[in-house]
Design a protein around this ligand. Structure first.
Ligand code: TRP
Ligand code: ZN
Length: 854
């Protein structure tokens, strides 16, 4: 049957008709014919009085047997599930037993039970459990699960604690009631890297990271990150782990990053496996963050889950917020904050400004998989950060204690979440709640006045229209402000201004001279600050601001001003900018990681977004040329100092993935990239040959590719790493990222013709097709070749893996920003996708939403 997907509305929520009082599952694993036997105890749900049939979700299942209290019953089956009429159901509760057959080896969607390189694994969030057995597959139905796995494979894992095992079978018992989306099963030929953790109450926990044979020596970092996460959560949130074992499994075929299944986290292998030779410093940081993220879900997600999928940000926003806090504590807080904001702007601001904009808590959806977005995750985390800023650290802690206390074991809502803050602080959060319901990034304008020793800042917020939300009310915006006097001293340390109106003024008295404002310190709210400032003021803040975020932000704003002038008006590279960056680059008192960030130019897509927000039409080719010209000029301006910097930063110390060493490498490689612009690649070729870590290998190779060199090194890289899929993903992505705009699509075409372009593997697909979409000037090349190639591949992937096809389709979400010719080409590709026969509901929803923009 073709999909006739229905829209689900938050307003229609009703509790399920029944409660589940226990689930026993038996799996007889076989690639083409796995049998799943389910024994499920149902009871009437007092929250739904009356007599109800039993409606269970189920997709792609072959039903072999179905009985109620031992009596065979006739269930009515359809493409989405089964219904057992009330007449067949004892009113006071009953045992349902079913047996179904499924074929994990044929499951290319990687949702439900599937196979990856001979290993069985599951992915049930959001609605994958219904592809395993008939069940009320919704997060507010929580139950205890007992699982028996029968298979000849040596390692058989499921949620909870192991209870028994023998030759060819194993049994697991999860004492914590959970929704079906947290169910997991893994079976395979696996090896563990193991550790131990003792919780603060004295519980001993066995930790295992399960990988394929040969990968054992790449688990140490993930294991260490896990132990640090467990300890940090005890210290900072007072929460401890609650089972005897914590298992993590690395899987090569995975649609997303990782999954927090109770006691059995499943990870995309690229976010677990790491050694200095194979992982970059960014990989190490990401692994640390994702290990923490999934572990933290044990409390924010599992012990307290979501009532329905509209509440997704309840667990995701909070868990992202907590993993950001953790990474900030493990590394440089300032550097982490800057990097998080870079990602927020690149993904979430982009989403919020386009046709896919939606509230942090959406009110309707067709396919829930399409709402695992930067808005739900990243903006969801920012909203919690604002709440913490507004109530203060102590109140935040009290509110969180109350949350865990009051809602442990619940399937909760955003209303529940806000209520604990209201109860803990006495604050009315009605207006704050708009952050959850109104889409779009607020813009903040600032006017200054200085008269008679009184300095006045007047802020005006505008909340732009988004799909389905033409008019909006003003939000509560916490604006962290500092004031500096003209000699660079801070005259007002960071103070939180609470803006609640559309337009609002704040007065500062007793100042000797007109101050220079440092607004939105630490990026205290996810807004666009529309403030024109002269280059001297930006340079002043870059030199003097005591807030590391705003110090960086001043340089970034200056770089954007310069790039916009160049792209729009053909202006030359600004001296003021070059001098300001030079001063920071060579300032030995600053953290190298911070200096490396200041050397990084704004991305081209980010620039296009900024130009579009100015009411102008971005030209990708001009932005690309301007950006290259800026780095060329920077290479000249920084001159000989770069060589010295490059040499001085090599201390010869043995490799460590520490933030401090990573920061030095980042600055050193930034220097190398600029030096390479001047020396024809001599130094970079030598650096490649001498590289002792993947960071250095990739850094040197990037520098070479940037100047159209590096053929030999690319070949050497492939010779060395050809058998390592996670490393080869970098090889594919890097070339496409550095391709000349006019050549990006053709290069992608050549790479997709290689036998190792395994397009059914989501990591490989993203590292090639996703990389083309991320090459701004290449994807948006006026020929339309980029659009066409991405559309072709989406159409090819969609029938096999709709979820990943739908995610990658967001490449097109910015199409309305460009000129008429590009818009026409992009739109016709989207229409071509929509015309495809048997298009998945996932991809259809995305394309329809994107086309609705114009
Ligand atoms: N809950 C997971 C996380 O954020 C996300 C996730 C993993 C997911 N796999 C998925 C969501 C598949 C939807 C579909 O950690
Ligand atoms: Zn998550």
């Amino acid at each position: 049957m073709t999909d006739a997907p229905a829209t689900v509305h938050l307003a229609d929520y009703q509790p399920f008709t029944h409660l589940v009082n226990g689930v026993e599952l038996t799996f007889r694993l076989a690639p083409q014919a796995t049998r799943v036997l389910a024994r499920i105890r149902f009871a009437p749900n007092p929250a739904r009085p009356g007599v109800h049939p039993l409606r269970l979700d189920g997709e792609g299942l072959r039903l072999l047997a179905c009985s109620v209290d031992g009596q065979q019953v006739q269930a009515a089956l359809d493409a989405k599930g089964m219904t057992i009429s009330a007449a067949d159901l004892p009113p006071d509760g009953f045992l349902l037993e079913t047996e179904v057959e499924i074929a994990p080896a044929d499951n290319t969607a990687l949702e439900g039970l599937y196979m990856s390189k001979g290993m069985y694994c599951t992915q049930c969030e959001a609605e994958g459990f219904r592809k395993i057995t008939y069940y009320p597959d919704r997060p507010d139905v929580m139950a205890r699960f007992k699982v028996r796995i029968e298979s000849d494979l040596p390692i058989l894992l499921s949620n909870g604690n192991p209870v028994a095992k023998g030759k060819g079978w194993a049994e697991w018992d999860d004492p914590w009631p959970k929704p079906a989306y947290l169910f997991a099963l893994v079976a395979g030929e696996l090896r563990a890297r193991s550790g131990r953790f003792r919780t603060f109450s004295g519980r001993k926990v066995d930790l295992n990271i399960w990988v394929r044979p040969g990968d054992e020596d790449r688990c140490a970092y993930a294991l260490d990150a896990l132990v640090r996460s467990m300890k940090w959560e005890e210290e900072v949130y007072g929460r401890e782990y609650d089972l005897d074992v914590f298992n993590i499994v690395a899987v090569d075929d995975f649609n997303m990053g990782a999954m927090e299944n109770k006691g059995l986290n499943i990870f995309n292998s690229r976010y677990v496996l790491a050694s200095p030779e194979t992982a970059t410093d960014d990989d190490f940081a990401r692994i640390e963050a994702i290990i923490a993220h999934e572990y933290f879900h044990n409390w924010t997600g599992n012990r307290i889950t979501c009532r329905d999928w509209f509440q997704l940000c309840l667990k995701e926003g909070l868990t992202v917020f907590r993993d950001h806090q953790f990474s900030g504590d493990m590394r440089s807080g300032a550097v982490r904050r800057i990097e998080d904001v870079v990602v927020l702007r690149a993904r979430q601001f982009r989403e919020d400004a386009g046709p896919l904009a939606h509230p942090v808590r959406p009110e309707s959806f067709v396919e829930i998989n399409n709402f695992y977005t930067a808005t739900v995750y990243e903006k969801g985390a920012e909203v919690i950060g604002m709440l913490k800023t507004l109530v203060g650290d102590d109140s935040y802690k009290r509110a969180l204690d109350l949350y865990f206390d009051r809602h442990d074991g619940d399937a909760a809502t955003i209303e529940d979440w806000l209520k604990v803050f209201e109860d803990a602080t006495g604050r009315d959060l009605a207006q704050f709640k708009l952050w959850y319901s109104q889409a779009g990034t607020p813009h903040l304008k600032v006017a200054e006045d200085w008269a008679d020793g009184v300095y006045t800042l007047t802020f005006t917020q505008t909340n732009p229209p988004t799909p389905g939300q033409p008019k909006k009310a003003p939000k509560v915006i916490p604006i962290n402000l500092g004031l500096l006097n003209p000699n660079g001293d801070e005259v007002l340390p960071t103070t939180t201004l609470e803006m609640t109106k559309a337009k609002q003024s704040f007065r500062f008295e007793g100042l000797a001279a007109r101050p220079i404002p440092s607004i939105l310190r630490g990026f205290s709210a996810p807004v666009v600050l529309d403030r024109k400032a002269p280059p001297e003021e930006r340079a002043f803040l870059l030199a003097h601001d005591t807030d590391a975020f705003n110090k960086w932000e001043a340089g970034r704003a200056l770089a954007k001003d310069v790039m916009a002038e160049m792209a729009l008006k053909g202006a030359p590279v600004s001296r003021a900018w070059l001098d300001a960056v030079a001063a920071v680059t060579f300032d030995e008192s600053l953290d190298p990681a911070f200096r490396a960030l200041c050397l990084r130019l704004p991305g081209e897509d980010d620039m296009a977004q900024t130009i579009h927000a100015l009411g102008r039409v971005p030209d990708p080719a001009k932005i690309h040329a301007a950006r290259r010209e800026m780095s060329g000029a920077l290479a000249v301006r920084l001159g000989e100092g770069l060589s010295q910097l490059y040499k001085a930063l090599d201390d010869g110390a043995p490799f460590s993935p520490s933030a401090a060493q990573a920061g030095r490498r980042a600055l050193r490689l930034a220097a190398l990239a600029l030096l390479t612009r001047r020396d024809g690649g001599k130094l970079a070729a030598a650096a490649y040959a001498a590289a002792r870590s993947m960071t250095e290998e990739i850094g040197a190779l990037s520098a070479l590719l940037d100047i159209r060199e590096g053929e030999a090194e690319l070949q050497a890289f492939a010779d060395r790493w050809g058998k390592d899929a996670n490393v080869m993903d970098k090889w594919f992505a890097l070339q496409i990222a550095h391709a000349e705009p006019a050549e990006a699509a053709a290069l992608t075409g050549r790479l997709t013709a290689r036998p190792d372009f395994d397009w059914k593997n989501p990591n490989r697909f993203r590292s090639v097709i996703g990389a083309l979409a991320a090459n701004h000037a290449g994807f948006h090349h006026r020929s339309g070749e980029g659009y066409r190639m991405v559309a072709d591949w989406l159409l090819q992937l969609d029938p096999l893996n709709p979820q990943t096809a739908a995610r990658v389709s967001t490449a097109f979400e910015t199409w309305p920003r460009y000129d008429a010719s590009r818009r026409k080409r992009a739109k016709s590709e989207l229409e071509r996708i929509l015309d495809a026969p048997n298009l998945s509901g996932d991809l259809r929803e995305m394309v329809e939403r994107m086309l609705a923009a114009g």
